[in-house]
Ligand binder design. Structure first.
Ligand SMILES: Nc1nc2c(ncn2[C@@H]2O[C@H](COP(=O)(O)OP(=O)(O)OP(=O)(O)O)[C@@H](O)[C@H]2O)c(=O)[nH]1
Ligand SMILES: C[S@@+](CC[C@H](N)C(=O)[O-])C[C@H]1O[C@@H](n2cnc3c(N)ncnc32)[C@H](O)[C@@H]1O
Ligand code: SF4
Ligand code: SF4
Length: 350
């Protein structure tokens, strides 16, 4: 890809946004099959050779942080904990960047054994996906019977002080859409921050419909039956989640909140204008947007002996042409001109 662009520092795009938040996928593999993400039969996994090695990851992150203004890193996947060297990768990243916030998003299936080693290696904090507190519903949604392992993993993360722990939940109509209030209560009791995520059209089965998804406004309405939500006064600062303070339904004015809840309304209340994200897939491709159909390869450049300047310039090229929103020129997941990417969320790095 040859891109005509002005010279500048950092990861800028044509719309004036600057990406400082790097999301890097450690693997496309996963041990769950959440219906909003993966097909039941799984996907054709990348070969070991195709996936970035630990050394390559450390080099790419180094270029991002030292030359391109990356200020925070999230490791994701696929399921990052299925990668055998995940603890070593965190340790190497921490050694190279003592002050970099390094977070991880995980389904927690393999977390019981890894939480303490990850903390010791220098992981800053963790986000965990949990859509329901009912083991049968969990098995239906994820197509795997690992509910108990996930709960144990969350407890291990808490014990290892990987907080503030954030819990991500996607509500699916007719499956777990009645579970929101219960999940919120459970999280508030434990001091976890629950965030509800609107389902996006990133499922490998291409089963998403605008009418079928549960919207942010529906979520707020349902939660308001049991709680009072009021906007969190803290600055949002480009974060996908809009946060609300949560109080009991009949709280008196001035009562302290029980905690906060976030709603990530990528579909109905998009936040693309403030997007600060750049993504690297497990095989080393830059995706400037979750919905990009253009990908720019850094891995072959790296393996071909390119120096850091060349790699940084290619990354800047990729970000310069970042689409305005939702992979196109305007917001509109599900609009007539929206084209769902070939990749599922698991293969992008959520
Ligand atoms: N549309 C859109 N959705 C995103 C983007 N990044 C994250 N999300 C959604 O937000 C969900 C939660 O992401 P997490 O991996 O927990 O990270 P986060 O919410 O950015 O992280 P925090 O800094 O902990 O708030 C993802 O599963 C996506 O559904 C993005 O760039 N665009
Ligand atoms: C792709 S997963 C990767 C990390 C890890 N496997 C996990 O589930 O936390 C990251 C996040 O993406 C979310 N996700 C997956 N598919 C999604 C979709 N179609 N719409 C919205 N969020 C989705 C999941 O709920 C999860 O919180
Ligand atoms: S959401 Fe995460 S845990 Fe679920 S299938 Fe996708 S990658 Fe796996
Ligand atoms: S859809 Fe694309 S532009 Fe919008 S917030 Fe997500 S990554 Fe950023």
């Amino acid at each position: 890809m040859t891109v005509e662009r002005p010279a500048f520092e950092g990861l800028r795009d044509r719309f004036g946004r600057v990406a400082t938040d790097l999301r890097l996928s450690l693997t496309d593999k996963c041990n769950l099959r959440c219906s909003y993400c993966m097909p039941e039969e799984g996907l054709a996994w990348l070969s070991k050779q195709a996936v970035l090695s630990a050394e390559e990851i450390v080099r790419i992150v180094g270029i991002g942080v030292d030359r391109l203004g990356v200020r925070e890193l999230r490791l994701t996947g696929g399921e990052p904990l299925v990668r055998a060297d995940v603890v070593e990768i965190v340790a190497a990243l921490r050694a190279a960047h003592p002050d970099l916030p390094i977070a991880l998003t995980t389904n927690a299936v393999g977390l019981t054994a890894k939480a303490a080693p990850l903390k010791a290696a220098g992981l800053t904090r963790i986000n965990i996906s949990l859509d329901t507190l009912h083991p049968e519903t969990f098995a239906q949604l994820t197509r795997r019977p690992f509910f108990d392992r996930v709960l144990a993993g969350i407890e291990a993360a808490d014990a290892a002080e990987l907080g503030p722990i954030k819990i991500n939940a996607v509500l699916m109509r007719g499956i777990n859409d009645g579970d929101g209030a219960e999940l919120l209560e459970w999280c508030l009791e434990r001091g976890y921050e629950l965030r509800f995520i609107e389902q996006m059209p990133l499922d490998a089965d291409h089963g998403w419909t605008r009418e079928g998804m549960i919207t942010a406004s529906e979520i707020r309405d349902r939660l308001s039956e049991g709680f009072t939500l009021s906007p969190d006064p803290r600055e949002r600062d480009g974060a996908p989640a809009e946060r609300f303070e949560v109080r009991p339904r009949n709280a008196a004015a001035g009562d302290p909140p029980l905690g906060t809840v976030g709603i990530i309304a990528s579909v109905t209340e998009p936040f693309c204008a403030d997007c600060k994200r750049t993504r690297i897939t497990a095989e080393g491709k830059v995706m400037s947007c979750l919905f990009s159909r253009e990908e720019v390869d850094l891995r072959d450049l790296l393996r071909g002996g390119a120096d850091d300047d060349e790699i940084a310039a290619r990354w800047q090229d990729a970000m310069w042409v970042k689409p305005r929103a939702h992979g196109m020129g305007h917001v509109g997941l599900g609009a007539p001109d929206f084209v769902q990417p070939d990749r599922s969320m698991s293969a992008i790095g959520g």
